[in-house]
Design a protein around this ligand. Structure first.
Ligand SMILES: NC(=O)c1ccc[n+]([C@@H]2O[C@H](COP(=O)([O-])OP(=O)(O)OC[C@H]3O[C@@H](n4cnc5c(N)ncnc54)[C@H](O)[C@@H]3O)[C@@H](O)[C@H]2O)c1
Length: 333
């Protein structure tokens, strides 16, 4: 297959691009390289521009020139708090990107699309969540993902688009050290950052009705997420439509259990500090993942320990690089 991957230099996109290339697919990455890095995918062609505004013609020529069969669309802004501060910009970037891409795909007659959605579309829903659960996002980020899904569904009624929207739960870990997440936006990298500063990892609320009182989430290894994309690309239904699929493990892990695993792997003697609950945090949210299993045979293979350990190894890798570049700078002075 010949696949265009938007956001292919990012954390999840690079894992997926590399897997596609390893199985022999042709991969073209489009990425503005603002949060992504070319160093994650040195072996792949990267065309660098922001796709959110007026990019449809440029995307269309790339689709034609590279004879692309399918698109995987990762490129997006993903900071929940920032989306509350800059809602219009989040809609412009995240919904704009989907619109430009769909215009280009329709014009170039590329009919297969896999879209990165998010469990954020479920908002404050609690418990085991299947794809038909109500969608009530509680922040602009989640709302942009839901609108993206709706735009894709509407397009699949207008032209023969065969799409899937994948609602990821909590993605973590690294398939190899250099591919790890370099942004501290999720529990694991945030805890590593606290520990590095000799500050206690923070737990928001320990009085929920859960196994140990802390919130429960569904943590899925990024390599599993990447494999899910390949499985879905292979299994897209023949009929036009937008198949919505949860990507998780179906297993819940409490924040306390994660924090303990993180403290252990990092060899830290710190103890977590418990603060008040945060607004909008559901007690427990775990994906029901039967649909993707039925459609593709995919299910997650990695454990929570694999996630925490590989994230730690990746963090060590990036720290050694920054120490090295700091030493090089001193030497060159
Ligand atoms: N990481 C998670 O836990 C998680 C969970 C749910 C959903 N998602 C979604 O998965 C996707 C990938 O997330 P990630 O964690 O790899 O993030 P990331 O920031 O590492 O990757 C996003 C990539 O897209 C690029 N990009 C962003 N906007 C662009 C634009 N308008 N034009 C061109 N390039 C652009 C960035 O430079 C980056 O390389 C996103 O759509 C995100 O919303 C991520």
């Amino acid at each position: 297959m010949r696949v265009l991957v938007t956001g292919g230099a990012g954390y999840i996109g690079a894992h997926t691009s590399r897997l596609l290339a390893e199985r022999g697919d042709y991969v073209l990455v489009v990425d503005d390289l603002v949060t992504g890095s070319r160093e994650r995918i040195p072996e792949l062609p990267v065309v660098s521009f922001n796709i959110a505004n007026g990019s449809a013609a440029q995307l269309e020529s790339l689709l034609r020139e590279h004879r692309i069969d399918a698109v995987i669309h990762f490129a997006a802004q993903k900071q929940v708090a920032e989306s509350g501060q800059k809602p219009a910009w989040y809609y412009e970037q995240n919904v704009g990107s989907v619109a430009q891409l769909l215009l280009a795909m329709e014009a170039a007659a590329v009919h297969k699309l896999v879209f990165s959605s998010s469990a954020a579309v479920y908002g404050e829903a609690s418990g085991a969540i299947a794809e038909d659960a109500p969608t009530h996002p509680i922040n602009p980020y989640g709302a942009t993902k839901l609108v993206g899904e709706q735009l894709i569904s509407a397009s699949s009624l207008a032209w023969p688009l065969r799409a899937a929207s994948l609602r990821y739960f909590n993605v973590g870990g690294a398939g190899s050290p250099e591919l790890g997440d370099t942004q501290a936006l999720n529990l694991i990298p945030i805890c590593f950052k606290q520990i590095a500063a000799n500050m206690p990892p923070l737990i928001y609320g320990d009085d929920y009705d859960t196994v140990d009182g802390t919130c429960v989430r569904d943590y899925v290894h990024v390599s599993d997420v990447a494999e899910a994309h390949l499985a879905v690309l292979n299994a897209l239904p023949e009929q036009p439509g937008n198949t919505v699929l949860n990507i998780g493990t179906g297993v819940g892990t409490s924040v306390r259990q994660m924090v303990d695993a993180i403290l252990q792997v990092s060899g830290s003697n710190l103890t977590a500090a418990v603060l008040d609950r945060r607004a909008g945090d559901p007690a427990a949210i775990v994906g029901v993942v039967d649909s993707i299993l039925e459609l593709t045979g995919w299910s997650a293979r990695y454990t929570v320990s694999d996630i925490v350990e590989s994230a730690w190894v990746s963090r060590q890798h990036f720290e050694s690089l920054s120490v090295r570049s700091w030493r090089d700078e001193l030497r060159s002075e």
